[in-house]
Design a binder for this molecule. Sequence first.
Ligand SMILES: [Zn+2]
Ligand SMILES: [Zn+2]
Length: 166
Amino acid sequence: MELLFLLPLICAFYFWNSRSLRANRPYQTLISAHLLTVACIPVVFKVFELLHDIIPYRLLTELFDLLRALNAVAIWHYLIMAVVILVALALTYLLQMKVFSHQRLIKKRIAKNLCQNCGVGIGPQDNACALCGFKQFKSCDNCAQTTYVFAPFCRECGEVPTKVDE
Ligand SMILES: [Zn+2]
Ligand SMILES: [Zn+2]
């Protein structure tokens, strides 16, 4: 019955692992591979338990004890991993919220001819903000024309203006 409960879990972890491998996400691959291993330990444990019932050799008895200890460790491991994943998800969420709210702010400022740095109104052709001194334009790496410093795409060529992340 325990194995029946674990089977969908293992399938889910395996699916997650193969997906993150394909999507090239190293941290998710690491975590899911770890979870997959941890979820598999009770299965191995059960298999050995079965083997133990069939062939009760002394060596198997020792292996059985070792696996029992491993199983206890695995549960703790699993709990700690769960906490780590929750904290990581929460941090990612907060970080994304921060990035998204910054993007919203920039969108509003560019659309309304406001300084991208301090948000005060400036002329559409003003190169720099007269109040904070922030230079509004940079040269695009793709087409070498000037474009907004914080805009996600170049106003001239429509491509991502810089290859390097901020
Ligand atoms: Zn300004
Ligand atoms: Zn460009």
